[in-house]
Write a protein that binds this ligand. Structure first.
Ligand code: PGA
Length: 235
């Protein structure tokens, strides 16, 4: 399974290094074989070698150029980073990224062979308007996205579940993942208020191939316990 941590705008470079050191030790000492991805803040990136893969939360679809405040793949190459989050709800809803721009970013990093964790998810008002509307909304977030790309991983993260402590029911998560798996023949992670105490039951669901964890992963011990949960499930 894939167990991923998104630090968002948290932890310093020093704290990130300490985190990776503890994480690598845990993975090694416990002989864990899960795929572990960690997305630190941009200023905390460095060349990491180990079992855990360091990815980037965002990058501009360019090698380099005049894109103030952004980084391109030239900066990522410096650290050997080949894994990226695209379409995260905070990029869509807080930073205003459009589907068109997200699709262009996807295409750019796909052509470079990056592993792409592509995030989709509906806001609460969409969910409350019924299943058909919700699926329509999620399908629109896949417009312009090559879902047959071999290095694609989808993360389904309901917007209303991110950082709120709320989650859909286990049945709802399983149902949605099953529907998505019919059209996207790729791994599908669940994200949104996953914590050390609910990770195992979510990971156990059919068609859930892993988790993408924000605040619940900021303490390395909690993240490690989720990796152990995945290992025990042996899916
Ligand atoms: P959360 O965030 O775990 O803090 O809800 C998840 C995410 O945004 O990827």
């Amino acid at each position: 399974m894939i167990i991923a941590a998104n630090f968002k705008t948290n932890l310093t470079r020093y704290q990130t290094r300490e985190y990776f050191t503890a994480l690598e030790r845990f993975i090694h000492d416990n002989g864990l074989s899960q795929e572990v991805l960690v997305f630190p803040a941009m200023s905390s990136l460095y060349s990491h070698s180990g079992k855990a893969i360091m990815g980037v939360q965002n990058a501009y679809p360019a090698v380099n150029g005049a894109f103030t405040g952004e980084i391109g793949c030239e900066q990522l190459n410096e650290f050997g980073i080949k894994t990226i989050l695209i379409g995260h709800s905070e990029r869509r809803h807080v930073l205003g990224e459009t589907q068109e721009f997200i699709a262009a970013k996807y295409e750019f990093y796909k052509n470079l062979g990056y592993k792409i964790i592509y995030c989709i998810g509906e806001p609460l008002h969409v969910r409350e308007s019924g299943e058909e509307k919700m699926l329509e909304y999620l399908r629109a977030q896949l417009v312009g996205i090559d879902t047959a790309y071999e290095n694609l991983v989808i993360a389904y993260e309901p917007v209303w579940a991110i950082g709120t402590g709320l989650t859909p029911t286990l049945e709802e998560i399983e149902k949605l993942h099953t529907i998505l798996s019919l059209t996207c023949k790729t791994k599908i992670l669940y994200g949104g208020s996953v914590k050390a105490d609910n990770a195992k039951e979510i990971l156990a669901l059919e068609n859930v191939d892993g988790i993408l964890v924000g605040s619940g992963a900021l303490k390395v011990n909690d993240f490690c316990s989720m990796i152990s949960d995945a290992q025990k499930l042996n899916k």
